[in-house]
Structure formats: C-alpha cells, structure tokens
Design a binder for this molecule. Structure first.
Ligand code: ADP
Ligand code: ADP
Length: 234
C-alpha cells in the first residue's frame, strides 16, 4: 500500500478555510513538490501531517494505519519529520553533537564522544555530505546545514520528510545542491524507504527534483500529476 493516504482533510482558522477537501496518496520513494501561492494552504497541510495541527475533518493513514497525532512528537515517533530551515541545528554545537542530540532520547542510550564523532563521520560520508563533524553547526553554509538536518532525520528512520520552503534562505547554488541532495537521498541512499514533500511557492524551484507535483489553490489540491507530464513552461 501507499506510505501516506490523506482523505478529505479540512482545516479552518475560525471561519477561514485553510485546507479543504484535500485527498491524495503518496508512495514510497516519491518526491512531491507541493506548490501554490502564499496563503494557498501548503504550510497548514504539512503542519497537520507533522502533528502541529489537528484537522477539523478527514483522515490520515500512514504505513497502512490510521493516525491521529496529538503532537509533533507523536508524528515523529511514527516516522514523519518536518525539517525547519535554520531551526534544525544548534549553531553553537558541533555537527556530531547535533546529530546525536535527537538520537539519544529516542534510543535511550548513552554514546561516548569518540564513538559519536566516528559514527557521525561515517554517516555523513555515506550520505555524501562533505563536512567535518567537529565543526560547529554555525560554521556551515546554509545549504550544508539543511543537508545535515535532512540526513539526520533519515538517520532517525524518518519515512516522510516534510520540507517547508527549504531553499528560501539559500543562494541559488546552495538551493540546487540541497535539492539534489534530497533527490539522491530519497532515490538512492534510502531507496524505497522514504519519501519527501517539498513545499514551495515557486514551481520552478522544485520542478526538476519532484517526481510529482501537487498544486494547491485556496485550500484545495487543484492539480496532482507526475512532473514528467508537466510542461516546463507554466
Ligand atoms: P501557505 O503555506 O500556502 O502560504 P498557509 O497554510 O500558511 O498557506 O495559509 C492558508 C490560509 O490560512 C491563509 O488564508 C492564511 O492567512 C490562513 N492562516 C494560516 N495560519 C493561520 C493562523 N495561525 N491563524 C489564522 N489564519 C491562518
Ligand atoms: P522567488 O522567491 O520569487 O522565487 P527568486 O527566484 O529570486 O525569488 O528565488 C528566491 C530563492 O529561491 C533563492 O534565494 C533560492 O534559494 C531559491 N531558488 C531560486 N531559484 C531556485 C531554483 N532553480 N531551485 C531551487 N531554489 C531556487
């Protein structure tokens, strides 16, 4: 079955409908570009999936099981991870510490510093990220920080990555590098085990990495097509 199935989701802020009649499925290994103008409902939708908001109506099935998240923690435990630009890593801590920060509570084990550094080095290398794990997170470029945060989520067995405007604070070069990294991670390194939803207000930013495009307008999904069927001139 699909990794994710969303059925007739609705979310209102007071009387304002932010998400309406949203239904879609997501298979393993897909990279969905969720696009639409500001105010279309993209953030609200991913926040529902990440456990930050409860829908007013509708159902979510994840890995074949109906889920109702009461908190981001619960979504995370099931394997849905939202990666926030900038908020993801603690600038004043080394990379290896940042990686294990999220890992230790989940596993409930203590790992000594030397092992941590060694494992972090191996892990980053396996993900094709060329950074020294001893560096402080604040010393990395924006793109490197994003890649480390995304890699870390996958390392903690996230099956669904939610990336809300992941390139908006990056240079065009870093944006490319980061999105190519996501593509490699989903299509190769974690092949068949994970999927990603990349939110963007600009279809051109996600077009080349997405396997599928969902367009939202006024809370609804108005287009859901494989990106290869899409004309690059939109
Ligand atoms: P997008 O991410 O596509 O820009 P949002 O999900 O942020 O869209 O917003 C969808 C609609 O919900 C908009 O009309 C927006 O003004 C409204 N909205 C978003 N967040 C809130 C909130 N916390 N309170 C009230 N209205 C909100
Ligand atoms: P807009 O916000 O109107 O799309 P720009 O096109 O100037 O404005 O891009 C703003 C940011 O979007 C850039 O700093 C960059 O991070 C990201 N971006 C621009 N072009 C691309 C691209 N081809 N792929 C991914 N991200 C991009």
């Amino acid at each position: 079955g699909p990794l994710l199935r969303v059925k007739d989701l609705h979310k209102y802020y007071g009387n304002t409908p932010a998400v309406r009649e949203v239904s879609f499925e997501l298979g393993y290994g897909e990279i969905v570009g969720l696009v639409g103008d500001n105010g279309a409902g993209k953030s609200t939708l991913v926040k529902i999936l990440a456990g930050y908001h409860k829908p007013d109506k509708g159902e979510i099935y994840f890995k074949g099981k109906k889920v109702e998240f009461n908190s981001p923690y619960e979504a995370r435990r099931e394997g849905i991870e939202i990666v926030y630009q900038d908020l993801a890593l603690i600038s004043t801590m080394p990379i290896y510490r940042n990686i294990y920060l999220a890992f230790e509570p989940k596993r409930g084990i203590f790992i000594d510093k030397k092992t941590m550094k060694e494992e972090a080095r191996k892990f980053l290398k396996s993900m094709g990220i060329d950074v020294d794990p001893n560096k402080l997170a604040g010393e990395l470029s924006g793109g490197q920080r994003q890649m480390v945060a995304i890699a870390r989520a996958l390392m903690f067995q996230a099956n669904l990555l939610l990336l809300d405007e992941p390139t908006s604070a990056l240079s065009v070069y870093e944006a490319r590098e980061t999105l190519n990294f996501v593509s490699r991670a989903i299509k190769d390194t974690y092949r068949g085990r994970a999927s990603a939803i990349i939110v963007s207000h600009n279809i051109h930013h996600v077009y080349s990495v997405a396997t599928r495009i969902l367009v939202m307008d006024q809370g609804k999904i108005v287009l859901d097509i494989p990106s290869k069927e899409m004309s690059p001139i939109e």
